[in-house]
Write a protein that binds this ligand. Structure first.
Ligand SMILES: [Zn+2]
Length: 88
């Protein structure tokens, strides 16, 4: 018996990320800084019940990105990704 999923996929972050990026980041490919997996951001496991949103690698569950809204500011921590490759 498998544990119930308590996360959404990275597509659920599209609204929050569109406040910062002019492009759709969920279609971008990013590399996990921990395991090196390269996947579309939409494949990340998104946890919404933290103070903000936390996206984790679908391969190793390492944190890829944190996004926190605080008052009139948005804090973005993307150091869990070696790169995020956007098609322009
Ligand atoms: Zn990983």
């Amino acid at each position: 018996m498998s544990a119930p999923m308590n996360y959404l996929d990275g597509n659920a972050a599209a609204g929050e990320l569109s406040r910062i990026f002019a492009m759709d980041v969920t279609t971008a490919e990013g590399q996990c800084a921990h395991c090196g997996a390269i996947k579309r951001f939409a494949e990340a496991h998104l946890y919404m019940h933290a103070p903000g949103a936390v996206a984790r690698c679908a391969a190793c569950e390492h944190v890829l990105l944190r996004l926190v809204n605080a008052r009139q500011r948005v804090f973005l921590d993307a150091r869990g990704m070696t790169f995020l490759r956007l098609d322009i």
